[in-house]
Design a protein around this ligand. Structure first.
Ligand code: EPU
Length: 347
């Protein structure tokens, strides 16, 4: 299996932060996976395209970067089945499906990252989520050294979460994602910004609209390093939402099936006056306050300091704790943002 020691990761994270790992493994076959050393007592991190990862220290832990490639399509009378290797690029998969006349992923166009990372945080945008289309995941289990199929239910998908961040965390590796698309397709126009498309747009028209919406608001990580939404949108109870609405009539509220209310973290951050804020070479994006950008820092801790400041300001004004969706990685492995006080204090 391909591997490399003292591997620089700056080109492998969309924040463009300098970090180095003692060793990186690139498994691309079952035999490669079986030949991985026993990591059960070691600290390691599984990296996709690095578009949701923040390296906080110059030293990173051992990295495994799955390199499973290939897209296969099959069909039944009323469905298409698409199987994509974990290392395929997400947006390339979306475009490939559309070219082949397979529709469904168009609302998820232009999301940075790999196919294998997509189910981990159940990527979602513009009224769609990966969980709506994912029928099965092939997952290699370190303990049994075997690939196991996991059904959609097994994955326990929820907003920006899945079993891969919970019970199966670091217990194995996603090698392939299998999607199911009904041939009978209808455009998903539930997101308010899609109402200019009329009643019956084509999937290509929906994709082009999503791409233009994203390009208008979200910075291109290859030009302005960032990791998309830095924070998750917080959930509050109905009472809290009602009292906020009384004070801020324009606050966006999204009522959930379970009665909870989702708030727009970007709105909260803008409301505390931090949209466009900059310090130490990092800042809050000027068009979408949910996105933190790196204007020229090499150090992930600058982003942590900024994120802590944003979190504190929102907490002070609204009494709401916003939490990052970005994964925080130190030499000691993944850290909970709440425990990163030392990085914050020493700065
Ligand atoms: N808003 C502001 N100011 C801002 C940003 C947003 O007032 O700076 C307001 C908007 O005007 C709107 C509301 O907040 O009323 C929601 O904004 P938007 O539709 O842009 O979506 P979001 O909640 O900020 C989420 C996802 C994005 C996804 C968009 C579109 C999360 C954490 N983020 O953002 O996902 O593209 O919806 O569906 O759920 C990502 O995960 O990296 C990502 C970009």
């Amino acid at each position: 299996m391909e591997s490399s020691q003292q591997f620089p990761l700056q080109k492998n994270n969309s924040f463009n932060i300098k970090a180095i790992c003692p060793i990186i493994y690139f498994p691309k076959t079952l035999a490669d996976l079986k030949s991985l050393p026993d990591l059960s007592e070691k600290i390691f991190y599984i990296l996709g395209d690095g578009s949701n990862t923040l390296f906080i220290e110059e030293q990173a832990p051992i990295i495994i970067k799955p390199n499973f490639k290939g897209i296969k399509i099959s069909e039944s009378a009323d469905h298409y089945v698409v199987r994509a290797g974990a290392a395929e690029n997400w947006h390339e998969l979306v475009k490939y499906c559309l070219v082949k006349g397979i529709f469904g992923l168009e609302n998820l166009a232009l999301i940075p990252g790999s196919v294998g990372a997509a189910p981990v945080q159940n990527i979602g945008a513009y009224g769609a989520e990966l969980s709506q289309f994912c029928s099965q995941i092939k997952w290699y289990e370190f303990a049994s050294k075997a690939i196991k199929p996991l059904s959609n239910d097994d994955c326990q998908f929820s907003y920006r979460n899945s079993i891969f961040k919970e019970a199966l965390y670091n217990k194995g590796i996603i090698t392939e994602v299998i999607f199911n698309f009904p041939k009978l397709w209808r455009a998903n126009l539930s997101y308010a910004g899609l109402n200019t498309l009329g009643q019956n747009p084509t999937a290509k028209q929906v994709m082009d609209k999503i791409i233009s919406l994203r390009q208008a608001k979200l910075p291109d990580p290859t030009k302005l390093p960032n990791a998309g939404s830095f924070f998750k949108n917080p959930l509050v109870n109905k009472e809290k939402a009602t009292s906020l609405k009384a004070i801020y009539p324009l606050i966006p509220l999204y009522i959930q099936d379970n009665g909870q209310v989702k708030l727009a973290a970007g709105w909260l951050i803008e409301e505390v006056g931090l949209k466009g804020y900059r310090k130490n070479g990092v800042g809050v994006h000027e068009h979408q306050a949910l996105v933190l950008v790196n204007y020229g820092s090499d150090e992930g801790k600058d982003i942590v300091v900024l994120a802590k400041y944003v979190q504190q300001q929102v907490l002070a004004k609204f009494d709401i704790l916003i939490s990052p969706e970005v994964r925080m990685i130190t030499q000691q492995g993944e850290q909970d943002f709440a425990n990163l006080t030392k990085v914050h204090e020493c700065h």
